[in-house]
Ligand binder design. Structure first.
Ligand SMILES: [Zn+2]
Length: 166
């Protein structure tokens, strides 16, 4: 639609460039009503598209989360069972090494066994202190350190006696 700049006559034919009445130049005259209607329709259609989707998304996600979390609770009771059975392998090895250091203290075996028992025992204590839930056997670790220390000192004493006496 075009409008005359002189007489404000409107012309539906957009191909006209000059007014038929006075020959004035025609300028494009856009009615504001259609675009606003188009925008309003676009907004309403967007709302119509979003509204049905958002309830479906919010309705489906909790169901999927519940389905994903449902296998988890049966696994959780296993953790307390693992807590009761603490890892005591390292302190057990340390105590065994300490006992070996005592058994072989007579023939200098207390030096390597005792040193190993001390290292393993202190590593066990470190594990127990860092993660007391997972690692146990504090008494075993202390026993390994004590027996390893006795075996180590006894073997070192024997070694020094032999050197001094020899
Ligand atoms: Zn005109």
């Amino acid at each position: 639609m075009k409008i005359c700049s002189i007489c404000n006559q409107t012309y539906v034919d957009d191909n006209l460039n000059y007014c038929l009445n006075d020959g004035g130049t025609l300028t494009s005259y856009n009615d504001d009503a259609p675009p606003t209607v188009m925008f309003e329709r676009a907004r309403t259609t967007q709302q119509n598209w979003e509204n049905p989707q958002t309830p479906n998304l919010w309705g489906n996600q909790p169901l999927q989360q519940h389905q994903a979390q449902s296998p988890a609770p049966p696994n959780q009771p296993f953790y307390p069972g693992q807590l009761q059975g603490q890892n005591q392998t390292l302190p057990t090895v340390g105590l065994a090494l300490g006992i070996f250091s005592l058994l072989f203290a007579c023939c200098y075996g207390g030096i390597p066994f005792g040193a190993a028992a001390l290292i393993v025992g202190f590593l066990s204590m470190k594990n127990i202190n860092d993660n007391p839930v997972e690692f146990g056997g504090r008494g075993l670790a202390i026993g390994g350190i004590v027996t390893g220390l006795i075996g180590l000192l006894f073997s070192l004493g024997l070694f020094l006696l032999v050197i001094i006496s020899g």
